[in-house]
Design a protein around this ligand. Structure first.
Ligand code: TZP
Ligand code: MG
Length: 211
């Protein structure tokens, strides 16, 4: 297991829509105060202009707390806002392509794994961390392919030393078993964004990870 290129343990994936009426910047700040150590902005139904505006607001906050900000699948936003990284899926721009871009090549690159065959490809080789996507079925993202489950994490753990970020229906009740299966980091949307108290939710999750 190698944590050097991604030494984080609790990863908030956030969008304005996922915060359901709450101010997403306030949710993000509470999450940081609770123990989130990396944040991804994932705006699936926004125009690039709106995504850009949100990223510019969010990076002011993440910079204040020295928390890395990662942009989901939007090269223009990742280039224009000086974010720490970009996350892509199997059908997005490829990590190899991103590594060739002058404004992106040095950034953290995350790559979602939906098929075991991806572990052998050059995209995986150039990525800083791998998303195990999804671990469990989730209402937050329904266009998914494999549900890896705990067995899937164990299998992937045996096949790669890349840092593994588990995502998909992760909450306080299963956090420890997901870590024990071989994940290095837990990524959550609803466990924090939909929580009545996002700071407390983040704090409890972080404690569970560190236990
Ligand atoms: N990728 C795979 S599952 C997922 C993403 C973005 C959503 C996870 O959301 P939740 O609410 O933590 O299950
Ligand atoms: Mg995508």
């Amino acid at each position: 297991m190698s944590l050097n290129s991604f030494p984080y343990q609790l990863y908030l994936v956030i969008s304005e829509a996922d915060c359901a009426g709450k101010n997403f910047l306030q949710v993000a700040e509470k999450a940081i105060l609770g123990g989130v150590d990396v944040i991804q902005l994932r705006e699936k139904n926004s125009s690039t202009d709106s995504f850009l505006a949100k990223a510019q607001q969010l990076i002011e906050l993440t910079d204040k707390y020295s928390v890395p900000l990662i942009i989901n699948d939007n090269i223009e936003v990742a280039e224009k806002v000086n974010t720490a990284g970009i996350h892509v899926g199997n059908s997005d721009a490829s990590p190899v392509y991103l590594r060739q871009q002058p404004l992106l090549h040095h950034k953290i690159i995350g790559y979602s794994i939906e098929y075991l065959s991806q572990l052998k490809n050059e995209q995986t080789a150039v990525s800083d961390y791998l998303g195990i996507s999804p671990v469990f079925r989730t209402d937050t993202k329904t266009d998914t392919i494999t549900e890896w489950g705990l067995e899937g994490i164990k299998t992937i753990r045996l096949l790669t030393e890349k840092p593994l970020v588990a995502i998909g229906h992760i909450h306080l009740g299963n956090a420890k078993e997901v870590m024990n299966a071989g994940a290095d980091c837990l990524a959550v949307v609803s466990a924090i964004c939909s929580a009545p108290d996002p700071q407390k939710a983040a704090y409890q999750l972080k404690n569970e990870i560190l236990k």
